[in-house]
Design a binder for this molecule. Structure first.
Ligand code: AMP
Ligand code: ZN
Length: 115
């Protein structure tokens, strides 16, 4: 756990969240400011500031993050019409919380390219 990390505090239960899924490695919860009818964040319990802070030791963890996201997307009924995963990275990437998180967005047709 990193000091002063919002998502570490959510994992620790110090800040409330609307949980979707949890196991030893990952935690998923509803985004507080949804950008789509379904907007879930899935995060590693290990504090990584962003995806580029990961290395070969995190290979299994990153794979699990994606596979659990697939499971959540299916359980949320997004498989048929599709969905989008987003990992904002750094300031130009629009990252605002510096604990790696994968956005799962679905429930409407999403625009491309992003702004
Ligand atoms: P990003 O801009 O990629 O860093 O995304 C951060 C996301 O975290 C945003 O979509 C926020 O709405 C979301 N967020 C911020 N605080 C909370 C919170 N307390 N609970 C759930 N989601 C949050
Ligand atoms: Zn953290």
């Amino acid at each position: 756990m990193a000091d002063d990390c919002l998502f570490c505090k959510i994992i620790a239960g110090e800040i409330p969240s609307n949980k979707v899924y949890s196991d030893d490695d990952v935690y998923a919860f509803h985004d507080i400011n949804p950008a789509a009818p379904t907007h879930i964040l899935i995060i590693p319990k290990k504090h990584l500031t962003d995806v580029s802070a990961s290395d070969a030791n995190d290979q299994a963890l990153l794979g699990k993050l994606l596979l659990k996201a697939n499971q959540i997307a299916a359980e949320q009924g997004l498989s048929e019409d599709g969905f989008r995963y987003v990992i904002n990275t750094g300031s130009d990437g629009g990252q605002t919380v510096y604990h790696l998180h994968l956005h799962i967005l679905g429930g409407r047709a999403l625009n491309w390219p992003p702004g």
